[in-house]
Design a binder for this molecule. Structure first.
Ligand code: 6PG
Length: 273
């Protein structure tokens, strides 16, 4: 019996939690959520602005979106979807490690998203800090409504085993507030400097969805969602939308330690207590 089972449910972190049976079902459910929120944004504001995450977890969602796009039923949505990135590695756009390249190859190539609405991080424009400033300026120019900081309709995020999200890493200056909406990491991670949206702009989003899959994430997901906050919270715990929704979509493997004694049903939606 896991530690959580022995003690039953603890106070949960903020947001809704949906537990899906496996990575494939997680991907399909996430695709449905993205489309639903996109249609709502399109109806309300005539466009859908979304910041994609990097990493491997979104790939199953991309597969589901590409499959669904085959019959053209969502072409009207994609034509007015503006694509951004929550973070990017400081590599050229055609580098295999680029988050932009991953999305282009696995998703955008199959959707009628207009080229002029794809706003990748301009990693070729110089040093990481300069890249961050330029991307931040572009986001303000493109999204700036009456209430800065800019608001994305949807931000997709992943969770690292160390609690990082986007490229917000433990102990880095990107977590220490300030008015920057995009910043460069203090150090290289896996050999690469990165550029990331910061908590102030992430927390302004109308909706933030974390996608987490795999048993290797179970310990960190348990800490982030159920353990009492540490004095130095994990980066993912800094993401609490100030006037938007927060949804954790996880598979059973990642939710392994969240199970109550009777075990969560797949696709269970639990409100925080
Ligand atoms: C990146 C991501 C990063 C990712 C997590 C989870 O650029 O790598 O933005 O934050 O979402 O590391 O990665 P996986 O989905 O591959 O587990």
């Amino acid at each position: 019996m896991s530690e959580a089972d022995a003690k039953g449910f603890r106070a949960r972190g903020p947001g809704d939690l949906r537990i899906l049976d496996d990575p494939g079902e997680l991907g399909r459910a996430a695709a449905d959520e993205m489309i639903r929120r996109g249609r709502s944004a399109l109806a309300a504001r005539g466009r859908f602005t979304v910041a994609l995450s990097g990493g491997s977890t979104p790939m199953r969602m991309y597969e589901a979106l590409v499959e669904r796009a085959a019959d053209g039923r969502d072409d009207d949505l994609w034509r007015d979807t503006w694509i951004f990135w929550g973070d990017e590695r400081c590599v050229p756009p055609d580098d295999p490690r680029s988050n932009y390249r991953a999305a282009r190859e696995n998703l955008l190539r199959a959707l009628p998203v207009r080229e002029e609405n794809v706003h990748r991080v301009p990693t070729e424009s110089g040093e990481p800090d300069l890249v961050a400033r330029e991307y931040g300026a572009r986001i303000v120019a493109l999204l700036d409504g009456p209430d800065p900081p800019p608001r994305f309709d949807l931000v997709l995020l992943g969770l690292g085993k160390d609690g990082h999200t986007a490229s917000l890493f433990p102990g880095e200056s990107t977590l220490r507030g300030g008015d920057r909406i995009v910043a460069a990491t203090d150090a290289a991670h896996d050999g690469l400097y990165r550029v990331t949206l910061t908590p102030p702009v992430l927390n302004e989003a109308r909706a933030v969805i974390f996608l987490v899959a795999g048993e290797e994430k179970a310990d960190m997901l348990f800490e982030v969602l159920e353990e009492p906050r540490r004095s130095d919270p994990r980066p993912a715990q800094k993401i609490v939308p100030v006037r938007g929704e927060l949804l954790w979509m996880v598979d059973r493997g990642a939710a392994r330690r969240l199970a109550s004694p009777d075990g969560p049903r797949p696709d269970e939606r639990r409100r925080p207590r």
